[in-house]
Design a protein around this ligand. Structure first.
Ligand SMILES: [Zn+2]
Ligand SMILES: [Zn+2]
Length: 275
């Protein structure tokens, strides 16, 4: 499985274009810019209909399945379907997501266009063009799902944003999964009083512990923090904090290959680099 991070930022990206805080200023000074979180798997499966254009050089022409987590506009910006229609009016596409996502998408589809809208209900398993997609519950402000994706080559990915601490049924559903890659949101950094359905630097490590305890995250799992916002500390500090929890920070455009990342046990060498 080939995983391309199209975006790794929160709803407002990072830096927030309207903000002059130290965290945003640091990102600007380093030329770092994170788009809204979105991921491309094997050039075939797109996670989220992002309002952002993909990083330079990335084509979405091969996408046949789109998995959307929820109807917030940083995840479901259906004007993208119009751009696609102008280029690929006759190619089939399946879009899966909660009912509100499908309602957002429907007005953007041309009459008779070969796009299937499939409701993603927690607990269901969808089969899309050789991929097995298990739908998991999230804890967020609006109906939201997480995706457990297994590819034709057996690679397995957990895509978990947007959510607060994982609902118990989500953790139970991935027991023994031994994911190759876990993309887990960490929106709020050191701001712990946000009171939203998101994770922060206190709740993020706790979720990884729960996933380790059930064998979903192992020493061989590449854990990457996504949906990053400016309440996080500057990147150098955040990198070290995440490493202590067994997770990595990667820039937009980064590529991961399942099976290519193997490290020593996370707590014995927190600074391990990718193999
Ligand atoms: Zn979001
Ligand atoms: Zn959201």
């Amino acid at each position: 499985m080939h995983v391309r991070l199209l975006g790794t930022g929160a709803a407002d990206g990072w830096p927030n274009p309207w903000c002059a805080c130290a965290s945003c200023a640091d990102a600007r000074a380093r030329g770092s810019s994170r788009r809204q979180t979105s991921v491309l798997v094997d050039s075939a499966v797109l996670l989220e209909l992002s309002p952002a254009l993909p990083p330079d050089g990335v084509s979405l022409a091969g996408v046949r399945t789109v998995l959307v987590t929820h109807a917030h506009p940083d995840h479901c910006a259906p004007a993208a379907l119009l751009w696609r229609h102008w280029a690929l009016p006759h190619e089939r596409l399946t879009i899966a997501g909660p009912a509100a996502v499908l309602e957002e998408c429907r007005p953007w589809l041309a009459p008779g266009s070969p796009v299937d809208l499939v409701e993603a209900v927690p607990g269901a398993t969808l089969r899309c063009s050789g991929y097995e997609v298990r739908v998991l519950p999230a804890d967020h402000e609006v109906p939201t799902v997480l995706y457990d994706l297994t590819g034709p080559d057996g690679g397995r990915l957990l895509y978990a944003t947007d959510t607060g601490p994982l609902p118990a049924p989500a953790v139970a559903a991935v027991a023994g999964a031994e994911f190759d890659v876990v993309l887990l949101e960490e929106t709020f950094g050191d701001r712990l009083d946000h009171g939203t359905g998101h994770l922060d630097l206190a709740t993020f490590p706790a979720q990884l512990e729960r996933l380790r305890a059930v064998g979903a995250v192992t020493a061989g799992t590449d854990v990457v923090a996504v949906h990053l916002g400016h309440h996080n500390p500057p990147e150098a500090v955040l990198t070290a904090r995440l490493a202590a929890a067994g997770a990595r920070l990667l820039p937009d455009g980064a590529e991961l290959r399942t099976g290519a990342y193997r490290r020593r046990p996370w707590n014995s060498d927190a600074s391990a680099a990718p193999a």
